[in-house]
Design a protein around this ligand. Structure first.
Ligand code: GLN
Length: 285
């Protein structure tokens, strides 16, 4: 039987051949998952049973074909919580954790009770479920159009014991908004990649659903359409919180300001990119 250390070296070199810049990290994640051991290399001489070796090699092979690591593992962490992920759903990104922090800060300052929160374009449900985990009294609703993604939201809500409402709907439709009523906070990480971004996607990102990525020619279609629609579904002094992409902050800010939002606050992600906006509606429309 091959030892853990031998197999590790062989997998890393296969991944390096394919050009992965995270060959060691990817191999470690696959080992942790397949061997059920957080520190698999603490026992380098331990033999790897042939069936497990075969599964590890299959995953490494799939990785060399450009499959995202997160899809291969089937689970990924967001804000310290576990989420099921797989084909048909956007993989939660650390950038989005800033959006969670921004909502938490608004809740701390303004909503000590049970805020009503909607997460639009919920995807895996990582935003809705994390907010419910952190704000157990909040009434959280996740809105999503894709049946595949809704399946993931349901599983992720169960996995995290998060009692959220899951609604299938198009966030650009008046009917969806009317059914849902009004909220204190509406949060969204909508598709925001431009046509140019889509044309130059990394192989891994090309495996993710374009429905969750493509935001029209300049990437801003969702902000233009969602802002006027959903501002009518905010309670007085309520907040709209968005994630957006690199270089989109001025446009998103002017869309918000043009729709009467005030107190617009932008935040940077861990990479220093201006990534989120929170904006308050101070008049009843
Ligand atoms: N952050 C994702 C990316 O850069 C895009 C997510 C989105 O469009 N909401 O690939």
């Amino acid at each position: 039987m091959v030892s853990r250390a031998e197999l590790f070296r062989s997998c890393v070199s296969d991944l390096e051949l394919y050009g992965a810049d995270s060959a060691q990290f990817d191999t470690l994640c696959i080992f942790q998952d397949m061997l059920g051991d957080k520190n698999p290399l603490f026992k380098p001489a331990e033999p790897v049973p042939p069936d497990i070796e075969a599964r590890i090699r299959d995953l490494v092979h799939a990785r060399t074909q450009g499959q995202p690591l997160q899809y291969l593992l089937g689970k990924w962490e967001f804000f310290g919580y576990p989420f099921f992920v797989g084909s048909g759903v956007l993989i939660p990104r650390p950038d989005t954790e800033i959006l969670i922090e921004q909502v938490l800060d608004i809740c701390k300052a303004q909503y000590s009770g049970a805020p009503r929160i909607a997460d639009l374009c919920s995807g895996s449900g990582c935003i809705a479920v994390t907010l419910k985990n952190l704000l157990p009294h909040a009434d959280v609703c996740a809105v999503e159009i894709s049946d595949t993604a809704i399946g993931f939201i349901q599983k992720n809500a169960q996995l995290n014991h998060a009692d959220i409402r899951i609604v299938k709907g198009d966030v650009l439709s008046v009917q969806t908004a009317d059914v849902l009523g009004s909220f204190d906070i509406i949060v969204s990480n909508p598709p925001y990649l431009s046509q140019q971004d889509m044309d130059s996607l990394q192989a891994e990102v090309r495996c993710e659903p374009s429905l969750a990525l493509f935001g029209g020619q300049d990437g801003l279609d969702f902000y233009r359409a969602m802002t006027p629609l959903w501002k009518n579904h905010l309670n007085p002094n309520g907040w709209l919180c968005y994630e957006y992409g690199l270089g989109q902050h001025d446009d998103v800010k002017s869309i918000l300001a043009g729709n009467g939002f005030q107190n617009i606050t932008l935040r940077r992600d861990l990479a220093g990119i201006i990534r989120t906006a929170a904006a308050q509606i101070t008049e009843v429309i």
